[in-house]
Design a protein around this ligand. Structure first.
Ligand SMILES: NC(=O)C1=CN([C@@H]2O[C@H](COP(=O)(O)OP(=O)(O)OC[C@H]3O[C@@H](n4cnc5c(N)ncnc54)[C@H](OP(=O)(O)O)[C@@H]3O)[C@@H](O)[C@H]2O)C=CC1
Ligand SMILES: O=C(O)CCC(=O)C(=O)O
Length: 449
């Protein structure tokens, strides 16, 4: 054990030495590597073949200039990135994020998570992430289109249906995917529908992809609660965010009979004691692209609070962080536990800090880690790729049925490995081990590449 602990520590030291400016990447890697120590013990060949040193190094990182012009004719220059982390299991796959905070550290942590998430899905997809520090907020459709066209004018050389298949993430939804796809098609002079996922259904997107991450999160949480004979019916649920993941998490939680009392954006959160009116949220966010505080203008019983952290002080049975990384810190975890939370399901990528996760686990809160619980989105993206290859489109019910099976399998495999190697309820360890073993074994099979 001491030997493999040292191997993990040496690998983390290597990151700290090579990339001292990438703390989020190092944090993410540390949690995964710490979980897989028992597997490294059982498989000395992983160390002999330097699997850890290889798995932390992206296969390729692309950075590029993205010049574009706003509606007033002013020129702007943003930075574009694609981190192609691993193609062991399939073409690079993972979303594009447009947000001012985007940098290489964040994209490497997201790409690393994506490798393991995609392995958990059981589908043939490797891991990648990309994006830009461009901020779509407050931009006209025309400006967003010009930006997307410029971004794709470089990215197109690095992607393809069997090479790398981007999709959406924060700040990249159906509108952006449409503009990106249009420019790709124009430059390549080829329809290649499978080059991007999250497309609109009328140009060969998959039914249920829009809903998949949020619905998948609830399917996973339901599996986790069912195993403890706990029902979601009549439970109080707190959700953060009001974007793609949050919206459809709220929709499915409500369909399961839960009462969702909050949602948020980066300015603040809404608390509605009667339960969130999802149609109103969709109107504000999807139609008007407005701010969540507008909700209280038509819902006088609801309260709006400036700032995002307060959402975790609202009393609830189940908490579903669906906005962004690091949004639940130790203080927020303590507030949730003090208020009696039973379960936390991560819709976002790494929304809980490492000390928050440890606190939940010490306090026996059922904890569903993002790489397992939010894998429904990328899974349906892989189903979109399959449909594009077949040149067919499946029904909503068919895709949703497959999504339910995929989420049940991810839960089952993570639980089985938690029981085999760790605390039986430690789904963080269970998910990390399941995914790591799969990727590491395929890397061995491919030789030294
Ligand atoms: N879309 C997908 O299929 C998948 C997404 N995820 C993850 O889920 C999370 C949400 O993604 P998605 O719903 O697609 O993104 P959206 O852009 O649709 O929504 C993001 C939401 O989070 C809020 N938000 C963004 N940044 C911050 C911040 N720094 N602090 C507080 N709130 C913030 C946004 O508010 P505002 O409008 O004010 O910016 C918005 O409400 C991300 O972590 C993403 O990586 C994971 C798996 C798949
Ligand atoms: O559907 C995809 O490829 C992107 C999903 C994604 O970015 C994620 O799972 O975080």
């Amino acid at each position: 054990m001491a030997d493999m602990k040292q191997y993990v520590q040496d690998t983390l030291d290597l990151i700290a030495k090579r990339d001292p400016d990438q703390p989020q990447f190092k944090n993410t890697v540390s949690k995964v590597l710490e979980s897989v120590i028992p597997v490294l013990e059982a498989h000395p060949e992983f160390k002999e073949q330097k699997i850890l040193e290889r798995i932390i190094e992206p296969e390729r990182v692309i950075t590029f200039r993205v010049p574009w012009q706003d509606d007033k004719g002013e020129v702007h220059v943003n930075r574009g990135f694609r981190v192609q982390m691993s193609s062991a299991i399939g073409p690079y796959k993972g979303g594009l994020r447009f947000h001012p905070s985007v940098n290489l550290d964040i994209l490497k942590f997201l790409a690393f998570e994506q490798v393991f998430k995609n392995a958990l899905s059981g589908l043939p997809i490797g891991g990648a992430k990309g994006g830009s520090d461009f901020d779509p907020h407050g931009k006209s459709d025309n400006e967003v289109m010009h930006f997307c066209q410029s971004f794709m004018t470089e990215l197109y050389r690095h992607i393809g249906p069997d090479v790398d298949v981007p999709a959406g993430d924060i700040g990249v939804g159906g509108r952006e995917v449409g503009y990106l796809y249009g420019q790709y098609k124009r430059i390549r002079d080829s329809y290649d529908a499978g080059v991007l996922t999250g497309k609109r259904v009328d140009y060969w997107g998959s039914l249920a992809r829009t809903e998949a991450t949020g619905y998948g999160l609830l399917y996973f949480v339901k599996n986790m609660l069912d195993a403890k004979d706990i029902s979601l019916k009549d439970k109080t649920v707190v959700v953060s965010g009001s974007g793609n993941v949050a919206t459809y998490a709220i929709e499915k939680a409500q369909a399961f009979g839960a009462k969702v009392v909050t949602c948020s954006d980066s300015n603040g959160y809404v608390y509605d004691p009667n339960g969130i009116d999802l149609a109103a949220v969709k109107e504000i966010k999807q139609v008007r692209r407005g701010r969540i505080k507008e909700y209280v203008e038509t819902h006088p019983q609801a309260e709006y609070h400036e700032g995002c952290k307060g959402v975790w002080t609202v009393k609830c049975d189940v908490a579903l962080p669906c906005a962004t990384q690091g949004e639940i810190d130790l203080e927020s975890a303590k507030a949730l536990v003090a208020n009696g939370v039973i379960a936390v399901g991560e819709g976002a990528n790494m929304p809980s800090t490492l000390d928050a996760i440890a606190y939940f686990q010490q306090n026996k809160v059922l904890f569903a880690p993002g790489k397992a619980a939010n894998a429904g989105g990328v899974s349906v993206s892989a189903l979109e790729m399959a449909q594009n290859s077949e040149r067919l489109q499946w029904t909503f019910e068919e895709v949703d049925g497959k999504l339910q099976d995929i989420m049940a399998n991810i839960y089952k495999n993570a639980k089985a490995n938690a029981e085999k190697y760790a605390d039986p309820d430690d789904l963080v360890a269970g998910a990390n081990i399941t995914a790591f073993v799969k990727v590491a074994n395929v890397m061995l099979a491919h030789g030294l590449v």
